[in-house]
Design a protein. Structure first.
Length: 253
């Protein structure tokens, strides 16, 4: 099956992969800016996310195969690839598997190392939503607030709600599979995996996802990698400081 995407603009293909529990729509504003600068932007929904298909099979190897099928379908033979968080892990693995398809690689606030699972509270919060009773997004936000105090995080999660029928809300993400296979999200890139193409790793100044000690591991597996920092931004660096994030990425591309 083919991944869902929104394609904006014309020019050199730039494929953007969202993070865990996100969708391509999270990147719409920046996607429009990239399109204005001469890129054909592909805002892709990875499987079990957004408007893409649901499946019991879910791993980085499978998501890499999904992206390869997507590139084959649209005859994309040389792409710039940008991935955030989980999408960054998919992008790294794709670059290693299909370096001939990559022009430049951009990874947003994630490294090739393993990360411990830390989304359990969020998944529990989403699992507490009873769609037989929910009538409004406001009601959903009230329920989520018992688990998640940060308004920005709740607003991000609430983007997954949609009207699946008149008067009935539903979740676009495949919550059951994502909860069952949560350990897949933090898995490390294979130790012997190397991508020798041009790469940029962008971290948030206030995020702990890429620490100073991680730079050696990045350089070992991505020998041509440049590492940049977005000031006054955490893990959602592209949303928290979009101007600086964009300037860093567009200058690299």
């Amino acid at each position: 099956m083919l991944l869902h995407s929104k394609i904006i603009g014309a020019g050199k293909p730039l494929v953007i992969l969202h993070g865990f529990l996100g969708s391509g729509d999270n990147w719409k504003t920046l996607g429009n800016k990239f399109a204005e600068d001469g890129f054909q932007v592909h805002l892709v929904d990875q499987r079990n996310h957004g408007k893409s298909f649901h499946s019991d099979d879910w791993s980085y190897e499978i998501m890499v195969a999904d992206l390869k099928a997507y590139c084959d379908h649209f005859k994309l033979e040389s792409i710039d690839l940008l991935g955030h968080s989980m999408g960054g892990k998919t992008a790294m693995a794709f670059a290693v598997a299909f370096p001939e398809l990559l022009h430049k690689l951009v990874i947003a606030d994630i490294g090739p190392k393993a990360y411990p699972s830390h989304h359990q509270d969020i998944l529990k919060a989403l699992g507490s939503l009873d769609f037989n009773l929910l009538k409004t997004r406001g009601e959903a936000d009230t329920i989520l607030s018992a688990y998640i105090k940060d308004l920005g995080t709740r607003q991000f999660l609430l983007k997954n709600l949609y009207w699946e029928a008149k008067g009935r809300l539903g979740l676009r993400i495949n919550l059951g599979v994502l909860s069952e296979k949560i350990s897949e999200v933090g898995k490390a890139l294979e130790q012997d995996a190397v991508f020798n193409g041009e790469s940029l790793f962008v971290r948030g100044e206030l995020s702990g996802y890429i620490e100073l000690l991680d730079e050696m591991g990045i350089q070992r597996q991505f020998p041509k990698a440049k590492i940049a920092t977005v000031k006054n931004a955490g893990h959602w660096l592209h949303a928290e400081n979009p101007t600086e994030f964009y300037d860093i990425v567009i200058n690299f591309l």
